[in-house]
Ligand binder design. Sequence first.
Ligand code: TYM
Length: 332
Amino acid sequence: RPRVLSGIQPTADSFHLGNYLGALRQWVRLQDTHDTFYMVVDLHAITVEQDPKVLRERTRRSAAQLLALGVDPARSALFVQSQVPEHAQLSWVLECQTGFGEASRMTQFKDKAAKQGTDRASVGLFTYPVLQAADILLYQANEVPVGEDQRQHLELTRNLAQRFNNRYGKTFTVPEPHIVKDTAKIYDLQDPTAKMSKSSSTGNGLIELLEDPKKSAKKVRSAVTDTGREIVFDAENKPGVSNLLTILSALTDQPVAELQNAYEGKGYGDLKKGVGEAFVEWVTPVQERVRSYLDDVAELDKALALGAERAREVASVTLRNVYENIGFLPPA
Ligand code: TYM
């Protein structure tokens, strides 16, 4: 089976609808056909300041959400990044293969550093994409399911893999991004030209999986729509309506064309009501499952420890090869 790896940051109390539709939905689906490795990337989280207690809590909440969404620990290795020391170890080696200019061109770094003030941004924020490359290359992943915003990091990962293979002999599989076009970028409900994001300015544009579903439905009802009154998919001229159609289509597994027919002659208010209802129906049982996973933290930690063990079996083999190919002495 081809290998898949992906990760998500534990930097919010809840995942949002963009995370789910852009990436996590694919994580779950790929379990049927691929050998899957999924992780909560706490090492990445500390590139910006985190409160230790909150970080621990959010790491467990993240794992609970992944389980509730359908990541199946019997089929996937589900683990926490810091519990697999090889990530930090490979990252150092890859940092030494990365050009300073090359890292400086990463747009997510530039955006985040600009927000914090370049002087205050951590060196970890700068090397963040290299750690991400290490995550992927450790597992010899063939495919990496992510949203559109990760495309540049995947390109860097491919370049580093090829460069290392050329310099030191074939060591890494060169991975492909797995980006599902229709849902690769879910937009902010209040600003349908900006991506939905936890750092987006208006909380009203962000649908969180663990917020009160009534609140979510309300946010959908006040979503910004477009001029005109027709419910048609037209990303250019009707970004708001198109975003709602994308969301509804993904949540109900109905093609957009079918939805357009179903909403013919109806108004934007009807569409918003439909999206809100579909979301509430989908998220309610998810929230119940999250609660039950968080009820037994000991059991959750045990599942994650098992996942880390499975991950290390693969990661340690790659790291050993890397150390040998680069000219380090055999393990002491
Ligand atoms: P993160 O934690 O920001 O987001 C997790 C996943 O959600 C996707 N996503 C979206 N997709 C569609 N529309 C949106 N509005 C939207 N917002 C977020 C992201 O593309 C991502 O797939 N650097 C990564 C974490 C990471 C990783 C990895 C990913 C670390 N190591 C190795 C893949 C492989 C990140 O910050 O994702």
